[in-house]
Each structure stands twice: as structure tokens, then as C-alpha cells.
Design a binder for this molecule. Structure first.
Ligand code: TXA
Ligand code: MG
Length: 318
């Protein structure tokens, strides 16, 4: 059995071992940032390529400062408002950050997660923890301790913190000041929605431009990602039918035993919270398809992060 209690989790992390920890977004595969061997082990356990940088988790805002060689004033205000919470900020790194964490980039991703157990672990270990989502590379992120156990066949110790309240990864942002205006780029939409971000920026009278940057700026955010074992078929303009099934089989190059619908709750936060769990529960094997329909009433910025994940999870879009 790989379940550990909070005390055992803290001690294992202090010994520079890898431990899966709960956060409010998804479970993370954590290791202390000052141990090269544990950082290597995170990549090995996850089967993650070294070009994909890790997020550094901290217990409070002041812990971000020594990790970064500069810290924009906007980040201080955003962190005061949204931390602990699902917001990751990209800043120039300091010498405390190993190139292994950043995949050789000059910037580091920092976040203060909002989960009481995770915060307790961070405080008591006393060293920031690097943690990617606790899934094998390219697969669906885990939102319960049982998902992590299944993902790594019980090989990784897991601290059970219940079901993740948000269920999708954090929003990753990078900002720079240009001519008295902040240019804010969303590198990965996530748990903090654009409307929530805008409401704060507007209320504070901050001049800004908010854009979505879908590029190599966030090297790990690949086109194919978050995929369950059963192929996901995203239906944008049609409903499931025999004709669609034949088309899917032709595209996938194999016969499907069955197909199941991933039916989402109607509220966007609830849909986000359930998405990965539904993928896991409904996914059985590669000969069964999961189909999911993008309905007109599920459009808009509150749904942005969810559709981003579904688009990347989809083996086929019709
Ligand atoms: O909610 C989350 O963010 C979860 C929990 C565990 O905190 N973590 C997570 O980590 O999703 P991961 O490794 O699965 O995704 C990290 C994302 C990747 O898309 C990566 O490319 C981006 O953050 N990232 C990390 N460092 C970066 C950097 N220096 N510049 C740009 N993007 C970076
Ligand atoms: Mg991930």
C-alpha cells in the first residue's frame, strides 16, 4: 500500500523522496527543489521529457521572492489577491532554481496552492517543492488519491487529501510592463478564469492587455495531452450516430467495441471538477471510444480551461 499520512509524507520529502500530494487543482508528484536526485526521479517516475519544466510550490507569497531574480509589482498584487489558489506565475529565476526544474529556461513557474494538507507539508518541509501533475506523461491528471495509485500501480507514496475542489490545473500567466500597460499572457488557461482575473484588474484600475499565448512559451502544454486510455472523440458540429462511428473507425483504423458519452454537468465549475474523473471512470480500453459534445451553451470564458483540456485529450475532432 502506498498511502502515507501527513507526518510520513513530510519525513519522506525531507529525505529527498518523491511523494504525491493533494492540491486544490490536481494531485502533484512532489520533491524538494534543492535535490537534483529527487528532481531526476520526478521526471523518471512520470516518464516526462526534460523539455517540460516543473512548477515550484510555496507556502506563502514571501517565499516567491528568493526564487526569482525579479518579481514584477503586478505579480505581488495578483498573488496577494489569488494565492493560495490556482494561479501560476512565470518570473525570471534566481540561482536557487536548478535548470532541471526550468528545462534550461531562464524563467521559473511559481504557485502557492490552496489545500490545507499541502500547505502544512510545504510549511513543515521548509523548502519549496517542485511538482508536476501526478500522472504519466500525456495522460489524464489525477483528482483523487486512488487515481494516483492506479496511475503508478501503488509505486509512489500518496497523501490522501480527498477529491480536488477545482479539478483542472492552475492558470499559468506571464506578464511584462510595456509603456505603462501590463501585457498579460495566459500560457495555460486553468482554475482561475479570465473573468475573475479581469474583474480584479478592472477593480484595481490596472491598465492591461490580456491575451492567450498558445505557443512554445509554455513548453509542456502540448497539443496531445491529458489523454485517457479510451480515445476521446470531440463532436463539435454533430451528434453520435452510426455514420459518425464508421467515420471514427476509419480514422482510428480499428473497429470499436462500444462508445460512451461523457456527459458534463451544466455549471462550468462543476463540469471542470468532474471532467478528469469522468474520463477515468468511463475509460476502459482502447477499443472503446468516449464521445463528448461541445454544446453552444457551454461556450464562453468560464468554459475556456475545460475545452482546452478536452481539445488536447481528443484523439479525433469532428
Ligand atoms: O495545478 C497545477 O498547476 C498542477 C498542481 C500539481 O500544482 N501542476 C501542474 O504541473 O499542472 P504540470 O507540470 O503538469 O504543468 C506545468 C505547466 C506546463 O505546461 C509547463 O510547460 C508550464 O507549467 N511551465 C512550467 N515552467 C514554465 C516556465 N518557466 N515557462 C513557461 N511555462 C512553464
Ligand atoms: Mg500535467
Amino acid at each position: 500500500m502506498s498511502s502515507v499520512d501527513v507526518r510520513e509524507a513530510i519525513e519522506a520529502l525531507q529525505r529527498a523522496e518523491v511523494v504525491a500530494l493533494p492540491t486544490e487543482t490536481v494531485y502533484g508528484l512532489a520533491g524538494r527543489i534543492d535535490s537534483e536526485s529527487v528532481l531526476h526521479r520526478i521526471f523518471a517516475v512520470k516518464q516526462r521529457p526534460f523539455f517540460d519544466p516543473l512548477i515550484v510550490h510555496i507556502s506563502e507569497l514571501s517565499a516567491a521572492h528568493p526564487l526569482c531574480s525579479s518579481w514584477p509589482s503586478l505579480y505581488e498584487r495578483l498573488a496577494q489577491e489569488f494565492w493560495p489558489g490556482p494561479l501560476t506565475l512565470i518570473a525570471p529565476k534566481s540561482s536557487l532554481i536548478s535548470p532541471l526544474i526550468t528545462s534550461g529556461l531562464e524563467t521559473v513557474a511559481v504557485r502557492c496552492p490552496a489545500h490545507p494538507l499541502m500547505l502544512q507539508v510545504l510549511r513543515e518541509v521548509g523548502i519549496p517543492l517542485a511538482a508536476p501533475s501526478a500522472n504519466r506523461f500525456g495522460r489524464t491528471s489525477p483528482t483523487t488519491a486512488a487515481h494516483v495509485e492506479a496511475e503508478f500501480s501503488g509505486q509512489v507514496p500518496v497523501l490522501d487529501g480527498g477529491s480536488c475542489a477545482i479539478g483542472l490545473e492552475s492558470t499559468v500567466l506571464q506578464a511584462a510592463e510595456q509603456g505603462g500597460e501590463w501585457w498579460i499572457q495566459v500560457l495555460r488557461p486553468g482554475g482561475l478564469s479570465r473573468p475573475a482575473l479581469r474583474a480584479f484588474l478592472d477593480r484595481e484600475g490596472i491598465r492591461y492587455r490580456l491575451t492567450r499565448e498558445d505557443s512554445a512559451a509554455s513548453p509542456g502544454h502540448l497539443k496531445a495531452h491529458y489523454q485517457p486510455v479510451s480515445p476521446v472523440i470531440l463532436l463539435r458540429d454533430q451528434i453520435w450516430s452510426d455514420e459518425v462511428k464508421a467515420n471514427v473507425e476509419c480514422n482510428l483504423g480499428r473497429t470499436l467495441k462500444s462508445a460512451r458519452e461523457v456527459s458534463l454537468p451544466s455549471a462550468p465549475q462543476e463540469a471542470a471538477r468532474r471532467l478528469y474523473e469522468l474520463f477515468r471512470v468511463l475509460s476502459t480500453d482502447a477499443d472503446q471510444a468516449l464521445w463528448i459534445r461541445r454544446k453552444p451553451e457551454q461556450e464562453g470564458e468560464d468554459w475556456e480551461a475545460l475545452w482546452d483540456r478536452v481539445e488536447r485529450a481528443a484523439a479525433l475532432k469532428l
